[in-house]
Design a protein around this ligand. Structure first.
Ligand code: ATP
Ligand code: MG
Length: 723
């Protein structure tokens, strides 16, 4: 390919960056301005025009998917195989380095990587061996401490404890943990980066080799690098490598995980000869989407400042849909996708983005109901998630004690002292006597075969299951679900863990209560009873499995995982105060800017059409809340927005929950309130009734409050008075 083709499809600024003389460079630019494209073309340029070997190039991306895409794009441009070029994530590249130089890194050849669950388990064991109370030193906290220190490049010997006993103890835990890892040849995620960095510092001959080799280092999404990643690049670059970093301070969304947007400024200081190129033309989104995103992010302070414009037409306005609840929201979204699909659009052009994983459940259900394939990117489907399977296993065992699979799953989750040995005895008894595990328990207890401690633990477990069955027998399904989650100890187990992953698991468990509450037994399963019908429903949904990579499927993902990607049609769901911005961000004040950047990331994923949806009332995490639209919606100037109001306002009672039934007009008012009647609500004050639906416990009225705007309220809860 010749030079001109390499620069084709680039604007002047992009060409300046791609074709710059060999030097270090910061490309600072907003979303969709072609940063990733510039990085890719720069690699091709170095090879084709500057005659650099792929061997001398190191490219760092944020995800493995991005790395694979970049490799593919470069191969397309240069038309040859890039086998020898190092492209990958920080972790991937550092790992490769450690494998090659395991001896210099003081690792056994067959060292193993442990994930954060393994790490936590190990830390728990260590706390026990040190006789530390895990109330005073929660394992999750110790884990965060260790990883945090490693991310800063610190070993125990570097940490000053300033005489604080807690810090001294944490440092000791770190030391004992590290010794244990070293003895066993185990390496955690943070360790991969730290070891790779120490390899540079401790083994000059290794560093020299790679400094000689990598003349060109290129890093995408630089705003989300942490301290150790920055240091690793900086040392490797030394005095002579040319480093090109591309990034956008407005898209820094991992501050909560230790990423430092200041690394952008630091770079300019540490690489004094570097130039800065700003890209200002956006090629991704229509005018309306882009201008709305720019106006939104302008509400943040301390920005590096960027102008972003587009040649593209204004396009359609951003559609903001106010749903009356989460089901209505999901139905709306799936309805739009279905229309698009019917007109020949492909499903994979559509992405649904949400703030927290638990939100996916209602959306999944609506998609399944319509028979549309979907894929959850960077995660599991709701009913496949570990904590949901755990909770369902308790419910299965309550329904049927002989369910061995459920028994195995939860007999020691949370840990209750039923160890591997006891389980072995149970299994072999069950096998020999051809009975189920539950029956084997009964038999072993009867015959007093188990040791005192093991027998007590097993008896405790059986009592728990039997007790839960008795307590919940006559309960509504959702109350039962709630009780099981609490009594089983699952919720407390995750609460004790702390941290984002545990928080997401708790949210999912709470969401299971919502799922139970909105569950309607399909006609064909009516004879089964509610619990069994629900269990089958969950099993079937989990059994559907992810759409495979070759199936055209709607993409579902959290806003965080959407970074760097683009889709013709994007839905941002649940854009409500307390969800997005998240409750945690609202409580901690200083995290609002980061939430706004996340909103900017979400909006700028859209190429042609952006939908933002929120619900007036939402059942999520097992609660029903009245929600206010997110402040971010209000920050988008009206001229870019088309507000869509709900259409089917008058519906039958059964329509208010569940996807099975369709709305049909019910003209008789059974709510006890009349349209245009003036009413008073204890919290929202006075307003006028504008609509009604349903009857009895499902009766709802819509009231336009003087101070709070329009809301749908359930009559039996709302304590409305006429004035
Ligand atoms: P993000 O900040 O979201 O990572 P980005 O700055 O990396 O965005 P790219 O993904 O590289 O942006 O580009 C956005 C879109 O614009 C892509 O579809 C890309 O192919 C296209 N694009 C970039 N530059 C040009 C150009 N000069 N002409 C036409 N299309 C372009
Ligand atoms: Mg990019």
């Amino acid at each position: 390919m010749d030079v001109s083709t390499l620069l084709d499809g680039l604007n002047d600024k992009q060409r300046e960056a791609v074709g710059a003389p060999q030097s270090s460079m910061l490309v600072l630019a907003g979303a969709g301005s072609g940063k990733t494209r510039v990085l890719t073309h720069r690699i091709a340029w170095l090879m084709q025009v500057e005659q650099q070997s792929p061997y001398s190039i190191l490219a760092v991306t944020f995800t493995n998917k991005a790395a694979a895409e970049m490799r593919e794009r470069v191969e397309k441009v240069v038309g040859s195989n890039m086998g020898r070029m190092w492209i990958g994530t920080f972790h991937g590249l550092a790992h490769r380095l450690l494998r090659t130089h395991y001896q210099d890194a003081n690792l056994p050849q067959n060292f193993q990587i442990i994930d954060s669950d393994d790490q936590l388990r190990l830390i728990k064991r260590i706390l026990k061996s040190l006789n530390l109370d895990d109330k005073q030193y929660p394992p999750k906290q110790a884990q965060a401490y260790i990883n945090g220190k490693k991310d800063q490049g610190l070993r125990p010997k570097h940490i000053e404890s300033h005489g604080f006993p807690i810090e001294q103890t944490l440092r000791q835990i770190y030391q004992v943990y590290q010794d244990a890892c070293d003895r066993a040849g185990l390496v955690d995620f943070a360790e991969i980066l730290l070891r790779a960095h120490e390899l540079w510092l401790n083994k000059p001959h290794v560093l020299e080799h790679y400094q000689d080799r990598f003349k060109h280092i290129l890093v995408d999404e630089f705003q989300d690098t942490n301290a150790i990643q920055y240091a690793w690049i900086r040392v490797l670059a030394g005095q002579s490598a040319n480093v090109m970093i591309v990034g956008d301070d407005d898209q820094s969304i991992y501050g909560w995980r230790g990423a430092q947007v200041e690394n952008l400024h630091r770079f300019l200081k540490d690489f004094p000869g570097s130039t800065t190129v700003r890209l200002e033309q956006n090629y991704r989104s229509t005018g309306n989407i882009l201008k709305a995103s720019n106006d939104l992010i302008a509400n943040n302070s301390g920005r590096m400042g960027k102008d972003l414009w587009t040649d593209d037409k204004d396009g359609e306005p951003i559609a903001v849909y106010c749903a009356f609840n989460e089901m209505d929201e999901a139905r709306f979204i799936v309805g739009r996708i279905n229309e698009w699909h019917d007109k020949g659009g492909s499903l994979s052009d559509c992405a649904i983005l949400y703030r927290s994983n638990a939100q996916s459940r209602v959306l999944e259900e609506a998609l399944l109901h319509k028979g549309l394939a979907y894929r959850i990117y960077g995660g599991l489907r709701f009913f496949e998630r570990q904590e949901i399977k755990d909770a369902m296993a308790y419910m299965r065992l309550i329904a049927n004690r002989d369910d061995d699979a459920a028994f195995e799953r939860i007999v020691n989750t949370p840990a209750r002292g039923i160890g591997g040995r006891t389980l072995e005895i149970l299994r072999s008894t069950a096998k020999q006597q051809e009975m189920t595990l539950w029956q084997a328990c009964l038999r072993l207890l009867e015959e007093k075969v188990l040791s005192g401690r093991a027998a007590n633990a097993v008896r405790g477990f059986m009592d728990l299951i039997v007790g839960m069955r008795e307590d919940t027998e006559s309960q509504l399904l959702y109350r039962m679900t709630d009780q099981v989650i609490v009594q089983s100890g699952l919720k407390a187990m995750y609460e004790a863990e702390k941290g984002e992953k545990a928080q997401a698991r708790i949210e999912n468990l709470e969401e299971l209560v919502t799922a139970a509450r909105s569950f309607e037994i399909p006609e064909e399963l009516e004879d089964m009873g509610e619990l069994n019908a629900f269990l089958s429903h969950a099993a079937l949904e989990a059994g559907e499995g992810q759409a495979d990579a070759f199936t055209d499927a709607v993409q579902l993902m959290t806003l965080h995982s959407a970074k760097g990607l683009e889709f013709p049609m994007v839905f941002m769901a649940g854009v409500e105060e307390g969800i997005f911005p998240s409750k945690m961000a609202l409580e901690e004040g200083d995290r609002l800017d980061e939430e706004r950047r996340l909103c900017y990331v979400g909006m700028t994923r859209a190429m042609e059409k952006l939908y933002i949806t929120y619900a007036e009332s939402r059942r999520i995490y097992g609660r029903e809340d009245y929600a206010r639209p997110s402040r971010f919606i209000k920050e988008i100037p009206e001229q870019y927005v088309d507000e869509i109001r709900m259409k089917a306002k008058v519906t039958t009672p059964s329509f208010s929950r569940g996807f099975a039934s369709q709305p049909s007009a019910a003209s008789i008012n059974q709510t006890g309130f009349q349209v245009r009647q003036r009413v008073k609500h204890p919290k929202f004050g006075e307003g006028v009734v504008t609509n009604h639906e349903g009857a009895g416990a499902q009766a709802r009225v819509q009231v336009n409050f003087d101070d709070f705007g329009s809301k749908w309220l359930v009559v039996t809860y709302a304590r409305l008075q006429s004035v």
